[in-house]
Write a protein that binds this ligand. Structure first.
Ligand SMILES: Cc1ncc(COP(=O)(O)O)c(C=O)c1O
Length: 253
């Protein structure tokens, strides 16, 4: 009998480090095949989480997190139907932007911390800034020429290293963003403390949902490769998935 399929041992995960990191661009069929398998596996996990929680697949946007991967990987992912991409660093994405900016229907989300002094460039490159954490940053983004979708990054844990507005600050920040004519507030984003086990993330996801309901926003960006099912069960509208699609970003030590 075949062993139960563990998504983290499938596809790109069987490589010591992601095969997508080893080549700059282009579509060797075998690599595209790995990505196809990983995407099918992620979609299967999403479908099962939707079934468990009585939600529809159409309520959830899958964001493929392509940080550290070359532009060619975004092109391949797009060729398989992926449309939303997450990047952590403005400067890194600036390098890939010329190769991907005209992909039909593609939307690029900034999911890493944004400093005010990079806000102008970020507003040029991205469709969605998920990491607004201060009124000052919101006002800087509002100076951009184009209307911009934004989310508020919320820090729900005590971890020093985490960015984000505290839950207490969120109502004022929502009000400040709603004053910005060029910004459209979609919702809230969070990242719980890391744990191999998805269950410890649940209270954080539930907390974000409660906060979102309280301040009256519809979208919740929460859940990564290891815990997105729990996030879907708790109401995620956007999940941010890197490793389960593209494999490990770093060699194990
Ligand atoms: C904010 C954020 N969301 C999601 C991800 C994707 O994580 P994973 O590779 O575990 O799916 C990352 C990865 O760095 C991230 O920084």
């Amino acid at each position: 009998m075949a062993a139960a399929k563990n998504p983290l041992t499938l596809g790109a995960e069987k490589f010591h480090v992601s095969p997508f990191l080893r080549r700059p661009t282009g579509g060797a069929g075998i690599i595209l095949g790995v990505l196809k398998d990983n995407l099918a596996n992620v979609e299967d996990r999403i479908a099962r989480a939707c079934l468990r929680s009585g939600r529809r697949r159409g309520e959830i946007t899958l964001i493929a997190v392509t940080k550290v991967f070359p532009a060619g990987v975004i092109l391949e992912a797009h060729s398989l139907g992926m449309r939303d991409f997450g990047e952590n660093y403005v400067q890194e994405f600036e390098g890939k932007h010329p190769a991907v900016k005209d992909l039909p229907g593609a939307r690029f989300h900034l999911i890493g911390h944004l400093q005010s002094n990079k806000s102008r460039k970020a507003a040029e490159l991205f469709h969605v800034i998920q990491t607004v954490d201060s009124a000052k940053l919101a006002r800087r983004l509002n100076e951009s020429a184009n209307p911009l979708d934004v989310m508020i990054e919320v820090k729900l844990s005590e971890e020093e290293s985490k960015a984000g507005a505290s839950p207490d600050e969120v109502p004022d920040l929502v009000a400040a963003i709603r004053e910005c004519a060029n910004l459209r507030l979609l919702g809230l984003m969070t990242m719980p403390p890391w744990s191999d086990d998805p269950e410890p993330s649940r209270p954080y996801f539930r907390g974000l949902k409660e906060l979102g309901d309280r301040v009256g926003v519809a979208s919740l960006s929460m859940g990564m490769s290891h815990d997105f099912e729990v996030a879907i069960e708790e109401g995620a509208t956007h999940i941010r998935v890197g490793t389960a699609l593209f494999g490990k970003r770093k060699k194990p030590l």
